[in-house]
Write a protein that binds this ligand. Structure first.
Ligand code: F6R
Length: 595
């Protein structure tokens, strides 16, 4: 989604802003722009990629302070006028904004009646006009007065002609200030500034900051507040492609390490089980898990796994639906899974849960993210920065966190528990073996890439894997894909089966096995080609499916991990074959900061 950058210091501002914008491209955008302070303000923007902006900017742009933005259209189509930065009537005030101003129409009417001239369709444009209205020589005060009128969510950076400073503010949309040596940066997320510094301050809701090259001042409602500085452990290398064609492929290949790092952060070598338990806990009672998209699929895997191991009832809800259906009781414990920690639907759900007196445990990959700061308890995954829009390694890391949360409370005998802990430790090697089979998987992907519709089916703990396989395929290859519980196909989707609609069947060696075999036969009887994922050593499925991709043997509880990696590779190579922009699929954004 939209990205924000800002710089003030001794460097030439143009290359710094462009470099930061390149680093934000992964978030997904349709337009971009910069405003630089060269005495006056100069604004350059259009509905183009950063590279095109870079190539068309005048060579000689001076200035040591500026702001930049990548826009993901919400109000008004992608166009030059709708791109950020937006200015006031005088052209002296420029603003970049992430979020949504919900009362912008009312503000716009009112400002227009006072003589302000609007040129864009955006909600953002009211902000520079409000600042203009309240400006009496003090930019910080004018920003504060403007924001008092504004409803909705925002992270903004404001630049005014002749004033060498950046004024920043946030509410319900992330914003950081990054500290350098006689220079400072502003960004909506960390990868933007990793080339320059790893020292970061996370702004809180209602903070207003004034940033100069050698000072940062933050206040709330006019009172100065101290905000802690954090050291970011991710390196620039983590956020680069490292020789891979796409971030997605690199991130798929990082998964053995991600599993090792995430599990390593939880389990000590000497006391594996004792160190799993959360301090002071006696057990996990019935559970609610909330999430969106791929993280929701992790939640569903968690449900099947916890219900089996813990024998408790686990409810899952889409965070985006929770406002309409969520019933909780005060004091109950709720798990929220969000890779970015910034998804608007997840944050809204967390706020509702907290108002209702629930205790919220957040599983997130981003230290310092909004979700991590409002949670009662945080479980960090250690996937490193995930740049590709399609979630891969963060999903597998979420599964590790769920196993870790569940295992200490498993109502199973000690021998099974020992074998599960050992199985967890062996998972990186098993995933590596899936990756070693990449060439075979890519051949099947090439076959799939020729179709326009694909079904994925699974049962039990592999039903969510079918959903995830379908989501990955549709989002990056644009092939229409549906994930189904295998038993549900005959309740309607059978009408769509035929020789032009292949089915990917995930077959696990558990109590779902016989039923899956029957389902494959039913599908074959409707002439759909079947690609089956089966455990190594299985000969039976080869007899009924058209093709078989084998996965290493693991406890069925861990089968979602190895199966998902196969489906990620299938999606990747199908998209590659179709020439799709894999890391930045159309219309999508990495972190979805609007409802
Ligand atoms: C799909 C994908 C999305 C995210 C969803 C939730 O590949 O990445 O479906 O999983 O937007 O994002 P987080 O986990 O950041 O809340």
């Amino acid at each position: 989604m939209c990205g924000i950058v800002g710089y003030i210091g001794e460097r030439q501002v143009k290359p710094v802003l462009l470099n930061c914008l390149y680093r934000l491209e992964y978030r997904g955008y349709d337009s971009c722009g910069i405003a630089v302070l060269e005495g006056d303000l100069a604004v350059y923007k259009d509905a183009v990629r950063v590279k095109v902006l870079d190539e068309t900017l005048p060579q000689l742009i001076g200035g040591r302070a500026g702001i930049g933005h990548t826009r993901w259209a919400t109000h008004g189509e992608p166009s030059q006028v709708n791109a950020h930065p937006h200015c006031d009537c005088t052209g002296k005030i420029a603003v970049v904004h992430n979020g949504v101003i919900s009362n912008f129409q009312k503000l716009r009417r009112q400002l227009a009646s006072e003589g302000h001239n609007f040129i864009s369709e955006t909600d953002t444009e009211v902000i520079p006009h409000l600042i203009e209205k309240y400006y009496e020589g003090d930019l910080e005060k004018a920003v504060a007065a403007a924001l008092r009128e504004v409803e909705g969510s925002y992270a903004i950076v404001v630049l005014r002609a002749d004033e060498p400073k950046l004024v920043v503010a946030r509410k319900d949309s992330p914003l950081i200030i990054a500290i350098g040596d006689r220079e400072n940066f502003v960004a909506s997320d960390v990868p933007a500034i990793l080339d320059y510094t790893s020292r970061v301050i996370y702004l809180e809701d209602d903070d207003i900051g004034v940033v100069t090259s050698d000072n940062v001042k933050v206040s709330q409602h006019g009172v100065a507040v101290a905000r802690k500085e954090h050291k970011i452990s991710w390196s620039v290398k983590d956020a680069q492609k490292a020789g891979y064609e796409h971030f997605m492929l690199k991130e798929i290949h990082e998964q053995p390490k991600v599993i090792r790092d995430t599990i390593g952060g939880y389990i000590s070598a000497t006391e594996p089980i004792a160190s799993l338990a959360m301090a002071g806990d006696t057990g996990l009672e019935d559970m609610l898990i909330l999430a969106c998209g791929t993280s929701y699929h992790a939640a569903l895997v968690g449900k099947y796994m916890m219900e089996e191991l813990l024998r408790v009832a686990v409810r899952t809800e889409l965070a985006s639906e929770f406002s309409y259906c969520g019933q909780t009781s005060a004091g109950s414990r709720v798990l929220v899974i969000t890779q970015s920690g910034e998804t608007a639907d997840a944050l809204k759900a967390i706020k509702k849960l907290k108002e209702e007196g629930c205790r919220v445990i957040v599983i997130t990959n981003v230290v310092g993210s909004t979700a991590s700061r409002i949670a009662d308890q945080i479980v960090y995954t250690r996937a490193g920065p995930e740049i590709s829009v399609a979630a891969t390694k963060s999903f597998v890391a979420q599964l590790m966190a769920l196993y870790w949360l569940a295992l200490p409370y498993a109502k199973i005998d000690i021998r099974r528990l020992d074998s599960l802990v050992m199985g967890l430790r062996q998972l990186p090697g098993k995933v590596q073996r899936v990756l070693d089979n990449e060439a075979v998987i890519s051949e099947y992907a090439q076959q799939l890439s020729k179709y326009e519709n694909v079904f994925f089916i699974g049962r039990g703990v592999n039903f969510p894997v079918a959903l995830e396989g379908a989501l990955k395929l549709k989002e990056i290859s644009y092939i229409h894909a549906e994930g189904y519980a295998a038993g549900e196909l005959k309740h309607g989707p059978f009408a769509l089966l035929g020789s032009d609609t292949p089915v990917v069947a995930i077959v696990a060696q558990d109590n779902t096995y016989e039923a899956m075999l029957t389902n494959i036969k039913e599908v074959k009887a409707r002439r759909s080609p079947v690609i089956a994922l089966v455990e190594e050593g299985n000969e039976e499925v080869k007899e009924v499916a058209d093709s078989v991709i084998t996965v290493p043997q693991v406890d069925v509880i861990f089968s979602p991990v190895v199966n998902t990696v196969v489906l990620q590779l299938l999606a990747y190579y199908a998209a590659e074959q179709r020439g799709c922009p894999i890391d930045f699929p159309r219309n999508l954004a990495k972190s979805v900061t609007v409802e």
